[in-house]
Design a protein around this ligand. Sequence first.
Ligand SMILES: *[C@@H]1O[C@H](CO)[C@@H](O)[C@H](O)[C@H]1NC(C)=O
Ligand SMILES: *[C@@H]1O[C@H](CO)[C@@H](O)[C@H](O)[C@H]1NC(C)=O
Ligand SMILES: *[C@@H]1O[C@H](CO)[C@@H](O)[C@H](O)[C@H]1NC(C)=O
Ligand SMILES: [Ca+2]
Ligand SMILES: [Ca+2]
Length: 403
Amino acid sequence: MRGVSNKPFNLNPVLAHLVLDNNLSLSLCMKMEKLKLILVLFFAACYTSLSITDGLLANGDFEKGPKASELKGSLVTGQNAIPNWTISGMVEYIKSGQKQGDMVLVVPEGTHAVRLGNEASIKQKIQLVKGMFYSLTFSAARTCAQEEKLNVSVLPTNEKSDWGVFPIQTMYGSNGWDSYACGFRADYPLLEIVIHNPGMEEDPACGPLIDSVALKLLNPPKRTRENLLKNGNFEEGPYVSPKESWGVLIPPHIEDAHSPLPGWMVESLKAVKYIDSDHFSVPEGKRAIELVAGKESAIAQVVRTTIGKVYDLTFVVGDANNSCEGSMGVEAFAGKDTVQVQYQSKGKGGFVRGKLRFKAVSTRTRIRFLSTFYTMKNDNSGSLCGPVIDDVKLLGVRYPNAL
Ligand SMILES: *[C@@H]1O[C@H](CO)[C@@H](O)[C@H](O)[C@H]1NC(C)=O
Ligand SMILES: *[C@@H]1O[C@H](CO)[C@@H](O)[C@H](O)[C@H]1NC(C)=O
Ligand SMILES: *[C@@H]1O[C@H](CO)[C@@H](O)[C@H](O)[C@H]1NC(C)=O
Ligand SMILES: [Ca+2]
Ligand SMILES: [Ca+2]
C-alpha cells in the first residue's frame, strides 16, 4: 500500500538497514500487468457486498469458520470455506488453545484466527466510497522463530504500488500479537483487500496468524483558528479494537497523503503506537501516540508559516500507564529550533507540558517529535515502550515581547 513503508520493525538498527535495503528493491518489482489483470477479473466477478465504514470486515474476526467437511485437521480445503473470505494456498483455521509443538496458540479476539502458510492469502471484496481515505487495521502474530512477513494490498488502485510489506518480526506487544494499521484512498468503489504471506519458510507449519481485520473511514482533518496543526490531538486515526489492549502500530511512511494518522507522517525507521483511553492513560481526549522506538520513531507534520513570525508549539509528554518506567525525553523540533522535555515516568500515567517558541525562517516549517531514549516495560516482556505525546498545538504569537 502506498503510504505504508516496506521498512521493518526490527530492534537491531544495523539489521533494520539491511532489511530495508532488501525491501526497497521490492517496490521495483511491482508489475503493472498483474494489476490490470486483477482489475479485469475484478469487474468480471459477480458478487454483492455491503458498504462498511468503521469496524470489522464481514467475519473480520474469523469467528465463523469452515464446515467440518471443508477442514482437514486445521487445514482449510475449500476456497470459499471461511465465510466472507476467499483463500488461496495453505490456510489454517486456528482455534485458541491449539498447540503447535509445545507452544499454545493464543488468539487475540474471540476463539479463532487464521494462519497463512507460504504464499497463502486471504481476500475479501468490499464496497467503499470512491475518493475517500480509509485505514485498515489487522492483528498478526508470528508463530516460528523465522522472520515472517505479510503483504497487504487494496486492489485495484491508481497508485503505482499500493501495497505494503509488514515484517512480523519485533514484538512490541506482550502477548505475541500486534496490531498494524495502514492507510489508502479508495480509487474505485469496489475493492479487494488482500493479505498475503510472501514467505518461503522451510517448515510449512510456519506462517503468521491473522485476526481482527477492520476498516475505518478517515475524515480529513482541517486546520482551525485554535490550531495551525492538523489532528494535533491525534483523535482521528485508525480503528482500534475495543477488545484489544495493545494499541495499533503505525508503520513508518514515505508519503503522508495516505497516512492512517491523518495530518501526520511517521518518519525514520520504526513504527509509533496509536493508543486509546479504553486501555491506556491518554493525556487529552481519547487517543494519543506512544513513541515506542526511541530516536528511530518520529512523527512529523509540515505546516505553512510566515517568515519572521513568532510561533508557540505546545504539547504534552506523559506515559501510557503501561509499566513503562524511567527517565523519558521528548525532543520537539520546529525547523532547526528544538527543545527537549524531560519526564520521569513511574509507568502509572501522568504528564507534563512542553513548549517551544520559535521564529519561522521559512514558509514551510517541519514540526517533529522523537523520543531521546529507548525504554522497555518493567513487566519482563521485553516489550519496547516510550513516552506518550498528545495535545500538540501551534499558534502564532501576536505580541512576542509582551510578558
Ligand atoms: C457474509 O457471509 C454471510 C453468509 O456466509 C452472508 O449472509 C453475509 O451477507 C456476508 N456479508 C457480507 C458483507 O458479504
Ligand atoms: C504484494 O502484493 C501485490 C499485490 O497482490 C503484488 O503485486 C506484489 O508483488 C506483492 N509483493 C510481494 C513482496 O510479495
Ligand atoms: C492506571 O491503571 C490502573 C489499572 O490498570 C488504574 O487503576 C489507574 O486508575 C490508571 N491510572 C491512570 C492515571 O490512568
Ligand atoms: Ca478471532
Ligand atoms: Ca488526544
